[in-house]
Design a protein around this ligand. Sequence first.
Ligand SMILES: Nc1ncnc2c1ncn2[C@@H]1O[C@H](COP(=O)(O)OP(=O)(O)OP(=O)(O)O)[C@@H](O)[C@H]1O
Length: 266
Amino acid sequence: MYISTALFDISDTVRRAAPKPPLPRQGVALALEDVSVAFGARPVLNELRLSLRAGEFVAVLGRSGCGKTTLLRTIAGLDGADAGSIAVGNGSLDPSVRIMFQEPRLLPWKSVLENVAIGKPRSLNAAAATLSIVGLAGRADDWPGQLSDGQQQRAALARALLHEPQLLLLDEPLSALDSPSRAEMQQLIEALWQSRGFTAVLATHDVQEALALADRVVLIEHGRIALDVQVDLPRPRVRSGAAFASLEQRLQQRMLQPPAALASAA
Ligand SMILES: Nc1ncnc2c1ncn2[C@@H]1O[C@H](COP(=O)(O)OP(=O)(O)OP(=O)(O)O)[C@@H](O)[C@H]1O
């Protein structure tokens, strides 16, 4: 992994490229009612309920294996729910829902531009413009292997954005990046979310990342939403502030509780 040196003015680039008008921020974007998912005999999601307002940015936290990925895959229609209902944009082929994974999942035999245009092969001009928005102007003809890890995730973000999603699902897409690339991508995602108005769900282990980006942080325990915290802090978030630190401590403590303590508290 090498450190990205392709710093660019994120806010200016994103603002100039913002669609007009942005998506309306009203109504419910996503509603999960009593959604249960099991793999064989192992229950993962257990009558989970979650509702998101249009334009809301929600971070999903939880210990490893608690079901964050399963939740996002189920919302995207990649995993089927055994029970319950999911309203709005359910189905992996629905262009209004896009998902980004921890790995960029670019096809190595296609150029960066062709990767971005997957599913929209007639949109090469728009794909090139989207590459510029994510800071990859000039890299369209490269192969994915010629990009750094962070740049590959930017290309994956461009691929999702090309579909102008109403709901963007982010499954720990920054967890493999070095810290400067990670901070840049956080800024980029926040700027895009602000200018475009899509609804975002970010699964992460990182409490700071959740608090830096989200309007609301939810915590999964025992297959359900066990904690739902509103983050009423001005943006851009100042991580050194007292209110930020206090929320961070509260969530960290909850995340660090051993499973036995969680079971007896449930
Ligand atoms: N396809 C599958 N088949 C069988 N079990 C699975 C499958 N996918 C997930 N699981 C199990 O479901 C549980 C939840 O997995 P999931 O990947 O959703 O957790 P997670 O919270 O995203 O974990 P992490 O933070 O480590 O990525 C785990 O016990 C996992 O082993």
